[in-house]
Design a protein. Structure first.
Length: 86
């Protein structure tokens, strides 16, 4: 099975509520991940809140073209929750 997100909800403080096609759900804090030319603009909370589920790529995207791989997001969610990746 190819991993992808099924729901994306932007939250305050650079967090996202995510659901994956594996059935896993949770929050991920991206505050330490917003570096570089593409991601730095997301430090504007209003711009960060444009996060959404892309219907084709099936992962998180923003209005400036930034996106994050679902594998990265799930791994980060596991690390932040203190879980080991399965």
């Amino acid at each position: 099975m190819i991993l992808h997100t099924t729901e994306v909800t932007p939250l305050s403080d650079y967090r996202l509520r995510l659901s994956f096609n594996t059935g896993e759900q949770g929050e991920v804090d991206l505050s330490d991940e917003l570096d570089g030319e593409v991601f730095a603009p997301l430090r504007d909370q209003a711009f960060f809140s444009t996060a959404r589920q892309d219907p084709i790529m099936r992962t998180v995207v923003w209005d400036n073209g930034a996106d994050l791989a679902p594998e990265f997001l799930l791994d980060l969610m596991h690390r932040q929750q203190g879980k080991k990746a399965v």
